[in-house]
Design a protein around this ligand. Structure first.
Ligand SMILES: [Fe+2]
Length: 206
C-alpha cells in the first residue's frame, strides 16, 4: 500500500461518509447507489491501495475482510478474496450493495425467487473485469452466487454495503431444494488494517 494508495482509500471513505450523511434514510437509496457506484469505480480503477493484510484469503474458499465500518453502521467496505475455483453459496444481502472488481475476475450468477413457491430460477450472468462495478438492490432482487473466473490465482473485489454487512441477518439458499436459511456472515479478518498513519507526510512538510 503506497502513500498515494492509502490516500485513495481514505478519500473514498470520506466521500461515502458524506454521501450517506446527506441522505434521508432509505428514501435516497437511488442516489446513494448511483453516486456510490461512480466513487467505487474510481477506487477500483487503480490497484495500488489495498493493504496487504486485507488481500489475504484462504487457499480454498474465500475471505470477507473488513476494511471499514461507518461508526453509525450506515455502510461498510470489505475486500472479498476468492480463491481459484471457489464458489459462494447462493445468498442475498438484505441491504444495498456495490461490487467493484479490483484484481482478477469474478462471475455473479443472479437467481430469481418466485414469491409464492420460493423456487429459484436462473437470472442474468455478469462477468466482472477490473474496474467494473455491479449494483445489488434487494428491492430489485439481489440473490446471487459468485465464483472466481481464474483457475490459477485469487480474485479480489471490493464490496460496499448499506449496513454493517458482517452483522446483517440475511439468507443463503439451497439451489437443489430451494430452501431458505438464515445467515449472518461475520468477517474473516480479526485485525483491520491501519491506513490512517499519515505521520510520514506530516513530518515531510515541516
Ligand atoms: Fe453477494
Amino acid at each position: 500500500m503506497s502513500a498515494t494508495g492509502s490516500a485513495r482509500l481514505r478519500r473514498f471513505i470520506a466521500d461515502m461518509t458524506q454521501l450517506v450523511g446527506g441522505a434521508v434514510q432509505d428514501r435516497d437509496e437511488d442516489a446513494i447507489v448511483e453516486v456510490g457506484a461512480r466513487l467505487l469505480a474510481d477506487l477500483v480503477r487503480h490497484d495500488d491501495w489495498l493493504p496487504e493484510l486485507a488481500a489475504q484469503g484462504p487457499p480454498h474458499g474465500y475471505a470477507q475482510n473488513l476494511l471499514w465500518c461507518d461508526p453509525l453502521e450506515r455502510f461498510s467496505v470489505v475486500s472479498f478474496v476468492c480463491a481459484s475455483g471457489a464458489l459462494t453459496p447462493v445468498h442475498d444481502h438484505c441491504v444495498w450493495g456495490l461490487v467493484g472488481m479490483l484484481r482478477g475476475s469474478e462471475t455473479s450468477q443472479a437467481f430469481v425467487r418466485d414469491p409464492a413457491s420460493g423456487r429459484l430460477s436462473l437470472g442474468s450472468l455478469s462477468v466482472l473485469a477490473p474496474g467494473d462495478v455491479e449494483v445489488l438492490r434487494p428491492s430489485r432482487g439481489d440473490i446471487h452466487q459468485v465464483s472466481n473466473v481464474l483457475k490459477d490465482r485469487s480474485s479480489i473485489s471490493i464490496h460496499v454495503y448499506g449496513g454493517n454487512i458482517g452483522a446483517v441477518r440475511r439468507h443463503v439458499y439451497d439451489s437443489g431444494t430451494h430452501e431458505e436459511r438464515p445467515f449472518v456472515s461475520g468477517y474473516t479478518n480479526r485485525v483491520v488494517p491501519n491506513f490512517w498513519d499519515r505521520s510520514t507526510e506530516t513530518r515531510g512538510s515541516d
